[in-house]
Design a protein around this ligand. Structure first.
Ligand SMILES: [Zn+2]
Ligand SMILES: [Zn+2]
Length: 242
């Protein structure tokens, strides 16, 4: 399912299987023909995501880059499929997790050994499947012009070391990855490179942003009026994260 959220922003809902599949956002104004994807989803979900995009008349070759909110498996899993389907597509990721990808260190991707062996027992994934050199390593404060839609990169570590959010000041939307969701939920903070006190600081930072539309990478999307919900979520979790 693909749905337009606001002008220049489409939401492709994740299709959870035995593992969650992240939502994907497609960003860019139609006349610019310079689209960006935010996250990819789980393995074998590449053709579903591309099919949804084609269903609204957007040609895959007009997708120029993939921005990863972070590199957990449910967000990066089908990246190799998409890179094969769209030759020349670039990968942009925060520098902290970009370094792991470059080194071929996949501990952030899997989160922990138990997940890795459980998933590898069900699907064949070649060794070093996710090794890649990102085309751009993002840092906090980067301003990106994504096909006419301007977003600011906000580094929000805690769920993972290189988690980022993307803030658009014009329409007040925020793509929050797995750091904060709708309805009072936040991302887990027990996987490799996670840090509960960093997560608390990141949530406190998010609570200071002027956000109306919350676009997380799982569960419900909040198209308007998300500000009070975000502040309440942060308030509720603050004392539990140290
Ligand atoms: Zn995650
Ligand atoms: Zn996720």
């Amino acid at each position: 399912m693909i749905e337009k959220v606001i002008e220049g922003v489409y939401w492709i809902a994740g299709k959870d299987k035995f593992l969650p599949d992240s939502h994907v956002y497609l960003i860019g104004l139609p006349e610019r023909k310079d689209y960006s994807l935010v996250d990819c989803g789980l393995m074998e979900m590449g053709s579903y995501k591309i099919g949804e995009i084609e269903s609204i008349g957007i040609r895959p070759e007009h997708i120029k880059r993939i921005i990863l909110t972070h590199t957990h498996l449910d967000h990066i899993g089908c990246l190799p499929e998409i890179m094969e389907a769209i030759p020349g597509i670039q990968v942009w990721v925060h520098e902290e997790e970009g370094r792991y990808l470059e080194r071929g260190d996949d501990r952030v991707i899997w989160g922990n050994k138990m997940f890795e062996s459980m998933i590898r027992s069900q699907i064949t994934i070649p060794e070093r499947y996710f090794d890649l050199k990102p085309h751009r390593k993002l840092i906090d404060g980067d301003i990106l012009d994504l096909g006419g839609v301007r977003v600011k990169v906000i580094h929000i570590p805690g769920h993972s070391i290189g988690s980022i959010g993307l803030l658009n000041e014009e329409h007040r939307f925020f793509i929050s990855g797995d750091t904060i969701y709708a309805d009072g939920a936040i991302g887990r903070y027990d996987l490799f490179s996670a840090d509960p006190s960093q997560l608390r600081r990141s949530l406190e930072l998010i609570a200071t942003l002027d956000i109306d539309c919350l676009l997380p990478c799982h569960n419900r999307v909040v198209k308007s009026g998300a500000g009070p919900m975000i502040k309440k979520t942060v308030e509720n979790w603050r004392s539990l994260l140290s």
